[in-house]
Design a protein around this ligand. Structure first.
Ligand code: PMP
Length: 416
């Protein structure tokens, strides 16, 4: 296979035009503070943090500081933090661990919701297909929320894991994690076989309280690149006393729960990023104002546009909108041509043409799901960016509707 050499040097921006980035739920830029704290750990502080000489100890100090920063944010002990290569690894670890959990001769049973990220959904379905677990997928209401009663009703004696995300990456819908956590904790008091409660908090970290004691969560997954940290690093919080089988075995790093030389610079990066999140909490209100400006602007200027989900119980940075009579992909591409970067759902699923499982689970038809676009804003989005978006979007939707209308007319003529 030959690989084309890019015309522009790698790492250089290829868009000569002005760019408006509205895809913060896919990833965020690394903040300058995170970048400057990470940089020495690529070269000056080069030791392996597991080595006991001075070079190793210098690197280990950076890891220790990051571990305590993450623990401080989550209100847990530093020994409960396991660094991973990202949330996909974290989520896979949790599901695959459940397949190995013994329940007095019975097949382990796991419960997830229908709107989980594919890094929970796919390993869970795979394990069920391979006959390793019984899987219950809890449906969601049209507003995207799970009903905690349904989760509780699905529990059996051999249930080992319940995994429900904190906030959805496509719609921003927030799940009642604290309520579910408390109900499971209450049940566990009298159960022989304790249920592990896991939440994927990747999208929630920037905006919601992640105090794991308060939430009654046993395992939580985080990812650095959604919080202005680097790609390829994440955290799995595993509360003391929670049973988890490691996904990666080898060296005894991370308390024997995740083998592999530590990604020192990345770990330092997630430590700084998570500490900064606390300083940006006051930004939440501004974010909601900008998001509402975007949403109100779209809904009032474009007929046949609808919000997927609701503004209540939703992150302040995501608006998932469906446009009648157009393909989300075409809207995304037309906006891209004008320098606006949005998405049609999860970046992780963008290579598949199938409609979003999240929107289908909320009761949308395949056509409506295909007509949806996710706008996600962040720390560096300003009102003027949204104003510019609103100055081009109605015309784009109009044009795409006309094109698809005339194609339909042509097909009708050919068929009749
Ligand atoms: N869970 C959610 C909710 C996400 O949004 C993402 C990233 N799209 C992931 C898991 C996967 O994270 P990572 O990119 O760190 O593997």
């Amino acid at each position: 296979m030959t690989v084309a050499i890019p015309a522009v040097p790698l790492g250089k921006v290829t868009h000569p035009m002005k760019e408006v980035y509205l895809d913060y739920a896919a990833t965020t830029p690394v903040s300058s503070e995170v970048m400057s704290e990470m940089l020495p750990y690529f070269s000056d502080v080069y030791g392996n943090p597991s080595s006991i000489h001075k070079a190793g100890e210098d690197a280990a100090q950076g890891v220790r500081l990051a571990r305590s920063r993450v623990a401080n944010f989550l209100n847990c002990d530093p020994e409960e933090i396991i660094f991973t290569s990202g949330a996909t690894e974290g989520n896979n670890s949790v599901i695959k661990s459940a397949t190995k959990t013994q329940v007095s001769g019975e097949k382990p049973h796991i419960v997830i919701s229908a709107v989980e990220h594919s890094s929970v959904l796919e390993p869970a379905k795979e394990a069920a297909d391979e006959g390793l677990v019984d899987l219950t997928i809890i449906p969601v209401q049209p507003n995207g929320r799970v009903d905690s009663d349904l989760i509780l009703q699905s529990i059996r004696p051999e249930t080992v894991l319940i995994s429900i995300m904190y906030a959805n990456n496509e719609t921003g819908v927030i799940q009642p994690i604290e309520e579910i956590g408390k109900r499971i904790a209450e049940l566990n008091k009298t159960r022989k076989n304790k249920i592990v409660f896991h939440t994927d908090a990747v999208q929630a970290v920037n905006y919601l309280n992640c105090d794991v004691k308060n939430l009654d969560v046993d395992i939580m997954t985080l990812s650095a690149h959604k919080i202005y940290g680097p790609k390829g690093v994440g955290v799995l919080l595993v509360k003391k006393g929670t049973l988890i089988h490691p996904l990666l075995v080898g060296g005894g790093q991370e308390y024997g729960l995740r083998a592999g030389t530590l990604n020192t610079a990345g770990i330092v990066g997630i430590g700084t990023a998570i500490e900064q999140v606390q300083n940006y909490r006051a930004e939440n209100e501004r974010m909601a104002v900008v998001r509402n400006y975007l949403l109100d602007g779209i809904l009032s200027s474009i007929d046949g546009s609808f919000l997927n989900g609701s503004r209540e119980n939703s992150l302040p940075n995501i608006a998932n909108v469906r446009f009648e009579g157009v393909e989300g992909e075409s809207v995304m591409m037309a906006l891209n041509d004008k320098g606006f970067f949005v998405s049609t759902g999860s970046a992780c699923a963008s290579e598949s043409l199938s409609p979003s499982h999240v929107l289908l689970a909320m009761g949308l038809s395949e056509i409506d799901a295909h007509g949806s676009v996710r706008f996600s804003i962040g720390r560096y989005t300003e009102e003027k960016d949204i104003k510019e978006l609103l100055s081009v979007l109605p015309e784009i939707i109009d044009r795409l509707r006309n094109i698809s209308g005339s194609i339909k007319e042509d097909i009708k003529k050919l068929v009749t």
